[in-house]
Design a protein around this ligand. Sequence first.
Ligand code: ZN
Ligand code: ZN
Length: 312
Amino acid sequence: MKCNICGGAGHVRLPHFNLKVCDAHFLQLVERRVERAIQKFKMFDRASRVLVAVSGGKDSLSLWHALHRLGYAPDALFIRLGVTPEVERAQALVQKAAAALPGRLHVLDATSYFGGASVQEVARMLRRPVCAVCGLVRRYLMNKFACEHGYDVLATGHNMTDEATALLGNLLHWQDGYLQRQWPVLPKSHPRFAAKVKPLALNYEQDIKQYAVLRGIEHLEESCPFAAGATSRLYKRLLTELEQAQPGIIGAFYLGYIRRGKIQAEPVKLQDCQQCGYPTTIPVCAFCRLLEQFSRKRKVAFSSDSAEAQAS
Ligand SMILES: [Zn+2]
Ligand SMILES: [Zn+2]
């Protein structure tokens, strides 16, 4: 197998681009697609203060590496969502990556908002899906951190396969608001809303996986256990099946959305949350309501504990 670009020994097959390439040209191709996304959507420039949200997975760690290689100078944020061995392992991997890269790694402990409870415990207590609580807490804290620390943009590791999956879900339900908000760049629309960008939006998930392997980026192998069974898992599986039958279909699907241009949805009316002051569409934001519900439940749990203790 020969590299279609240099004629050297090719190792990587890219059926979606109908290409075979050598390792060096593969790495170049992935990084060029990152750069193209940044330029095409005017995400940021080399003077911007960029904060990458890192989880320990292949996407966010590859993004962090690729941005440095492309001459950007991002810092990173890792949010501790619990005190489990998985969290420790993820943090160790992130810290290892940080040691090899310039820029700062911030570690934020989300459990401090919940008296030491993990998002799993919070979700269990409130009988809500872990995935939903986790997403809510992460989005809120990432945005707050980026705003408070003066970052121009918050970059996340969503790849094109993730984005095509979200697009499929949003189209099946024709959710105009979500279709608009899944655009690869969301500009700063409020002093307390950080701009959000997805520089991996033009790269297939499998290419990012391969990129991490070839660059020697150690990462968590498994994806989030709580996402299992989620509808998005089903959509991703179906899209992956389609891609195998029709290589390139995920790219065609997603890039079709991009070519059509940004969808105009009804503008949402923002107000300041009465509790925390961050912008929201309702009087008290979803994060503050979560905190309220959690502390109420916990008080009930504590008082029944002490009642039991008194009774015994
Ligand atoms: Zn080559
Ligand atoms: Zn709030």
